[in-house]
Write a protein that binds this ligand. Sequence first.
Ligand code: NAG
Ligand code: NAG
Ligand code: NAG
Ligand code: NAG
Ligand code: NAG
Ligand code: CA
Length: 552
Amino acid sequence: MFAPPLLAFAGAALALPADMPMSLFATVESAPKDWAMNGPAAKGEIIELRFNLAKQNTAQFQELALNIATPGHVQYGKHLTLEQINAIVAPKSESKDLLFEWLGDHNLADGATLNSRGNVVKVNATISQAEALLRANYNSYTNTDTGAKISRTLSVHVPEALVDHIDVIQPTTFFGLKRLAPKIDNDTFHTLAQTVPSDLAQIYGFGDVRNLTSGIMGIAGFQDETASILGNKDNVDHGFTCVSVQGGQCPTDVRIHTDEGNLDTQYAAVITSEIPNVYYSTGDGAQDYSFFEDLAEYLLELDEASRPNVLSVSYGGPETLFDRSLAESTCNTFAELGATGVSIIFASGDSGVGDSCNIDGKDAYEPFFPAGCPWVTTVGGTSGTSGAGPEDVWDFGGGGFSNIFGRPSWQNSTVSSWLASNSDGNTQYYNSSGRAYPDVAAGANFYEIITLGSQKAVSGTSCSAPVFASIVQLVNSQRIDAGKPALGFLNPWLYSLPIGANGLRDITTGKITGCSGTPISKAGFSAVNGWDPATGLGSPYYPELLQVGMVV
Ligand SMILES: *[C@@H]1O[C@H](CO)[C@@H](O)[C@H](O)[C@H]1NC(C)=O
Ligand SMILES: *[C@@H]1O[C@H](CO)[C@@H](O)[C@H](O)[C@H]1NC(C)=O
Ligand SMILES: *[C@@H]1O[C@H](CO)[C@@H](O)[C@H](O)[C@H]1NC(C)=O
Ligand SMILES: *[C@@H]1O[C@H](CO)[C@@H](O)[C@H](O)[C@H]1NC(C)=O
Ligand SMILES: *[C@@H]1O[C@H](CO)[C@@H](O)[C@H](O)[C@H]1NC(C)=O
Ligand SMILES: [Ca+2]
């Protein structure tokens, strides 16, 4: 980070009038229901304000990113460097200049920093300064579950002249991403059959994978989920490298008890074996609202050889909880990371079609984010992986339609066909024009893991994501050995494969549920022949996926 030279030349061209009109930039009606208001925030409290400058040419960039991911296109596989991406999307220098001028009017320009990409400005301000700058009223809130305390405002303003120059201002109206890791249930370890690595090897066909060492398998960790370097019992010796991003914790002891980190790293290691695994333990930063985007920005800044080929992420939360501008900005950053050649894999969530199933006072299915971002590959859950299968739907796997992101072209005909024959009804409860997910599925039920040195079983699409991601990494490592580029953003390719063969096995029985205790009856989506919003295109079958993955 560096402080930019301060606008020596900016005065005449850009001057913001002292009495400049202010425009409403963002507002929410109230705090989310688990945040109780305590009264005004302390005027002297310091918060780190973050401004994402507006990127340029987003549509043009996304068309290019799509071409790069579309088999048969002349640009397929021609991944971009960060410099090439910046050349298209970097904010106008006028945007930065205007922002610094505005900050300067409030004596905040001197301490402000610009990241090396030139799109994020941060500055520490007192609550009084932030309130004057943003014409805001910060109150102090306490989370009723965790006791966490934060200061937020229900509305934020910017000078009219700056509205189009800024994409995101936080922390303002967004209450943060806390407690969004999918639930991991301990389940009944002693009475039910567990899914163990050898089951997955048999069902997904990766049992006799040869010794691969090329490429990097990436696993994301957030919210203080550290991971033990003690492997699964079938894989005791195989570990990972932990990289601390933004102050995230790396294990100092092999006996770490966080389940999510252990699950993700243990199953990635079991499947990818000698391929280097990197666990990106990502801290919250000054506030806790932007860690998905922060990790994506971190990975973009790496040189190509140190970037992972796949990033497995088993975290997310209801789309309604996210600030819309931040969700859009994060999803756009995922598009950039995909265009550099990284396959981003997210868990679809563990609440079926939703928990509270109420959006803005209306009964509705509750889609998940980032599961509903069109630039990631979203993995739903299956059952039946303990033993030899067959797989059916894991009842709680997340599935649905985004209310923020529209249906992307690569799933248009697939989802249109499903809509035309959909027999689940309840169409008034979801937005069928939104990006539909999941894209694929993998086992979510009763995975045996090692935590604190002993076995336990966990369930969730937190299991599914690292398994699908690791199988994609196996293909990537062999592509790299063959001198081919990694697969990058997967979806246009996956949706172009004939359904039910060529690497993905159609799941046709079972139904995801959700909305229990709400007025919506028979909520859920059934698995049917072909794509469905319970299991997507189906679960991976490695030998076939490798075959088609090597010739694309
Ligand atoms: C804000 O203050 C914190 C705590 O001193 C520091 O870690 C952070 O780097 C500061 N941010 C900026 C933009 O100066
Ligand atoms: C799972 O087990 C741990 C430790 O055994 C316990 O602290 C935790 O509350 C349990 N979680 C659930 C959802 O039962
Ligand atoms: C796999 O290859 C690596 C690097 O060549 C080697 O260190 C390792 O021992 C091999 N593992 C097995 C199981 O053959
Ligand atoms: C439905 O989804 C579209 C995006 O496809 C969005 O523009 C629209 O606002 C959504 N409608 C509702 C009611 O959320
Ligand atoms: C999406 O698919 C439908 C049905 O196949 C078709 O009518 C429509 O033109 C397609 N839209 C786009 C943007 O391709
Ligand atoms: Ca199906």
